[in-house]
Design a protein around this ligand. Structure first.
Ligand SMILES: O=C(O)c1cc(C(=O)O)c2c(n1)C(=O)C(=O)c1cc(C(=O)O)[nH]c1-2
Ligand SMILES: [Ca+2]
Length: 679
């Protein structure tokens, strides 16, 4: 390709998204001399998941709440800043923090998707808005809940900007749109699941949905109300060699397959990779990794394009490690299944049919059909989530930020879809408060960096980490692999054997992927830091088990002999404060169920905060029911992302939540105060 080795101009550096840079000034010999060259504090304190772009010495980065900055990549000097002013009330429409994964660049324009569903084009020199479009149509059949958010990075293919969206945990019908990069005019739309009544949308997907997909759904399932899911919330890859655009399609809505589709059909295109034409959106092929989804097994994890020698034959393939635990190779041109091997422990299926790649499912894993509890591995956060993998052509390995988070799945009795809060159809009972049980459950919770040999279809080596939910990966020509960790370490490993060669304490959990670039002959390594994403928001006690739990959102940039230093570390932004109120145990218990349905997704299982959003056990608002109602019912803090639930939850229900939180404040105070003292 004609990309300058100095630059990182696209999301995965090249269109193939291997996240490999040939730069080798920093290598296994000298990486111990790496130091902070500069850093910049962000103006948000939530999860940072962005991949910065670097073009001709300028860094274009995005932060939480879809904000955009252009910096001098050598010095960190601010060139311009653009805040799309995403209204706080949209936070509640997203499952997993108001993150943003990055921008796209094309011919002097910077494209960013905003959490409230816009796609904006900025002038790369000035930061001025050139155009802005609402990507969520009002004329289409999108189901009744319409909980759309946009947090993925757009991609540009042949003058078309492509963007998807998220929302399947609440209720959404997935689709992807292509816009003219010059004007913002809509060129095409591709829906990933059929319209509820199978009527045409006037979209590029009409024919394939009507002829192929519709008959894989029950015509009267709950999906006709919720939208069915299939959101393309992260991976979209353009391959110039085949001229195909690959879409990573997400999970079902609701998750409960019995509710969603009456236990009928494979539900295309959930959990699938779909190949379409970038200029027209025309369908070319699809491969479904997870039929009958009921585990949130998305195929939205990062896709990369590789050229591999397989059985003596050069193959142009797609590689993906989706949530379901298998590492897939597919023929890029045809979608033909080449191989699929477990990259982590898997218990929902015995294996894949070697010819078709269809999973041979364990009957008990189909929890929505059996009515029993299923302890699934992987759980809904996957063996690998959105944090990008990297490939090194030097070693031939793909480096996967892998994890294990077992999860119990059980149907919710009497489930009814709501207009706010998650709609999963799954029993929301979380973890008990017993430290012994938590410790036992915690033993099954792991994270590691996995070097995967895609040709042999097996693990080359693993670097164990102390927790799951670690950052994305970068591979370089210096035979190095870089990764940031949930515990705040920014690390470099020998790409050949995983030997740890460098560690920097970033004072905050890292989930974003690093990049590398060169300006004026000096190589830099850059990473956004800032603890967040779905795990610390909903993970509760599991998210608290090992982590620093503090968010300091920054861009950190390293170089050999860098001399900058971070300010002194501050931990425990929120100090445990025991509520002085008394509570009614019966109301508190009722409040637990309401909390788990409406509050857990952001404030954590069983009201244990993961360090990003307020830990409600220590909230001053617990002290007064009117104050509490003004926040939770009336939305006094809407601008910060905390909307009012007064239209969805009764006055009584909101008071029950308060009673529950007081009970949790009282019951967990001494334990929590003790843990914070230890640090
Ligand atoms: O089904 C969806 O629409 C959807 C959207 C998103 C999102 O937009 O971030 C995530 C997920 N699902 C999801 O399942 C998931 O594990 C997840 C993690 C994250 C994150 O940024 O930490 N987002 C999402
Ligand atoms: Ca999902």
């Amino acid at each position: 390709d004609d990309i300058s080795p100095a630059d990182w101009p696209q999301h995965g550096r090249t269109a193939a998204e291997q996240r490999y840079s040939p730069l080798s000034q920093i290598n296994t010999e000298n990486v111990k001399r790496l130091g902070l060259a500069w850093y910049e504090d962000f103006d948000t304190l939530r999860g940072q998941e962005g991949t910065p772009l670097i073009i001709d010495g300028v860094m274009y980065l995005t932060t939480n709440w879809s904000k955009v900055e252009a910096l001098n990549a050598a010095t960190g000097e601010l060139l311009w800043r653009y805040d799309p002013r995403v209204p706080g009330n949209v936070a509640v429409r997203g499952c997993c923090d108001t993150v943003n994964r990055g921008a796209a660049y094309w011919k002097g324009k910077v494209f960013v998707g905003t959490f409230d569903g816009r796609l904006i084009a900025l002038n790369a020199k000035s930061g001025q808005l050139e155009w802005s479009v609402d990507t969520i149509p009002h004329d289409a059949s999108l189901g009744k809940i319409r909980s759309y958010t946009v947090d993925g990075a757009p991609r540009v293919a042949k003058g078309t900007v492509i963007i998807g969206n998220g929302g399947a945990e609440f209720g959404a019908r997935g689709f992807v749109s292509g816009f003219d990069a010059e004007t913002g005019k809509l060129k095409w739309r591709f829906f990933t699941v059929p319209a509820p009544d199978n009527r045409p949308d006037g979209a590029a997907s009409d024919e394939v949905l009507q002829k192929k997909a519709y008959r894989t759904w029950s015509p009267t399932g709950g999906w006709t109300e919720s939208g069915g899911g299939g959101t393309v919330w992260d991976s979209i890859v353009y391959d110039p060699e085949t001229d195909l655009l690959f879409l990573g399609v997400g999970n079902g809505s609701p998750w409960n397959y019995q509710v969603r589709s009456k236990g009928i059909g494979s539900n295309l295109f959930l959990g699938s990779i779909v190949a379409i034409r970038p200029e027209t959106g025309e369908y070319v092929w699809h491969f479904q990794e997870t039929p009958m989804d009921q585990w949130d097994f998305t195929a939205s994890q990062p896709i990369m394009v590789l050229d591999l020698m397989l059985n003596g034959r050069k193959r142009h393939v797609l590689a993906q490690a989706p949530k379901n635990g298998f590492f897939y190779l597919l023929d890029a041109q045809t979608g033909e299944f080449i191989s699929g091997h477990p990259y982590t422990d898997v218990n929902w299926c015995y294996g894949l049919d070697p010819k078709t790649g269809r999973p041979q499912m364990v009957p008990e894993a189909l929890w929505s059909l059996t009515g029993e509890t299923w302890l699934g591995v992987p759980g809904s956060l996957g063996g690998h989530n959105w944090a990008p993998m990297a490939y090194s052509p030097q070693t031939g390995y793909v480096y996967i930020p892998a994890q294990q988070l077992p999860e119990p799945f059980k149907s919710e009795k009497g489930f009814k879809m709501g207009r706010m809060g998650v709609n999963l159809g799954i029993d929301m009972a979380g973890l008990p408060d017993d430290p012994k049980v938590l410790e036992e459950v915690g033993k099954g919770v792991k994270g590691w960096l996995e070097a995967w040999d895609p040709v042999a279809g097996k693990v080359a080596f693993r670097v164990p980490h102390t927790t799951p939910w670690n950052g994305g990966v970068l591979a370089t020509g210096g035979s190095l692999v870089f990764q940031g960790l949930a515990t705040g370490g920014f690390e470099a490993y020998d790409a050949r054997n995983g030997q740890a060669l460098y560690n920097f304490d970033a004072h905050t959990g890292i989930v974003a992927p690093p990049v590398t670039y060169e300006v004026n002959g000096r190589q830099y390594v850059a990473v956004e830091v800032g603890w967040g994403g779905v795990f610390p928001l909903m993970g509760g006690a599991l998210a608290r088990l090992h982590n620093t739990t503090t968010n300091h959102s920054r861009m950190l940039v390293f170089a050999l002999d860098g001399k900058a230093a971070l300010p002194a570390e501050i931990r425990d932004q929120q100090i445990p404060l025991k509520s002085r109120q008394s509570f009614d145990p019966d109301k508190a218990q009722k409040g637990y169920a309401v909390y788990q349905r409406y509050c857990l997704a952001c404030h954590g299982d069983n009201a244990v905060g993961g360090g990003v959003l307020p830990d409600l056990r220590w909230s001053g608002a617990l002290e007064d029911s009117t104050a509490f109602y003004s926040v939770v019912g009336n939305g006094a803090l809407t601008n910060y992302g905390m909307v009012g639930f007064g239209k969805e939850i009764s006055h009584k229900g909101i008071e029950q939540i308060r009673q529950f939180l007081i009970s949790r404040s009282v019951s967990s105070f001494s334990h929590e105060a003790g843990t914070t003292k230890d640090k």
